[in-house]
Design a protein around this ligand. Sequence first.
Ligand SMILES: NC(=O)c1ccc[n+]([C@@H]2O[C@H](COP(=O)([O-])OP(=O)(O)OC[C@H]3O[C@@H](n4cnc5c(N)ncnc54)[C@H](OP(=O)(O)O)[C@@H]3O)[C@@H](O)[C@H]2O)c1
Length: 250
Amino acid sequence: MSQEQHRNALVLGAGGGLGQAIVAQLLTDTSIDRVIAVSRNAQTEDLSSHWMSSNRLTWITSEYTEPAMSEIVAQLMPLAGTLSRVCICHGLLHNDSIWPEKRLEDISGDALHEIFHANTVIPSLWFKLLYRLLAGKQRCVVATLSARVGSIGDNRVGGWYAYRASKSALNMMLKTIAVEYARRAKNVKLISFHPGTTDTALSKPFQASVHKDSLFSTVFVAERLTGIMDRAEVDGQLSYVDWDGKTIPW
Ligand SMILES: NC(=O)c1ccc[n+]([C@@H]2O[C@H](COP(=O)([O-])OP(=O)(O)OC[C@H]3O[C@@H](n4cnc5c(N)ncnc54)[C@H](OP(=O)(O)O)[C@@H]3O)[C@@H](O)[C@H]2O)c1
């Protein structure tokens, strides 16, 4: 394992519940020089009041069109070879016009497109664009927020067609990217991470059916994730693991 000499971290889709907690957790690690966060939204007051005096956090506000993402990566090129942690947090389950499907009749082409775009297409584009920034000698761990419901083997209850399928497709993209990164960016370890049901806007409408011991805080999950990233071996493989570090079947 190579030394982690210049440790910088990047959080993409940083404005959500888990994204913000991961940014805050990375900032508590004083061996990380700088955390760069990218979101469609401005930094929240919570995060800025806590880290106002910190010049270690850079917050970039952007849309996720491919040209805009490309521009962000170009802006970050001076940091090439220094990133040791990357977290990709994008995820869409519901919004004003989309609700998880309960039955076949609920399937909508527009919703499938929108959910696949947020959950599968945008993370995949980041991997394409980030390759030049990440490849090098620095040990680098990239965690993408996936979900256990993306497991085909674990699908016993059905429903949630678009979200499930977009996370399964994300896993296949990540597995395929891992094969290529193992050849072209041997210093990078990829993780597909299931946080468990976590108290954020994404899970809010479904929390009533979750036992209180099974609903995690974002702080707990961010600590778990960064611990898993710290310990991960760079082995050219994609690991699909949960918050407890346990492997999930594909
Ligand atoms: N909470 C849970 O119980 C749970 C369970 C399993 C998996 N996950 C996964 O964990 C990740 C984080 O979710 P969260 O719970 O923190 O949810 P959240 O608070 O709703 O945050 C959603 C995140 O996704 C991004 N996003 C939302 N809509 C998008 C769109 N249309 N295009 C691009 N990006 C979009 C947001 O980025 P901006 O910063 O730009 O707003 C934000 O970072 C997701 O991948 C989710 O699927 C969550």
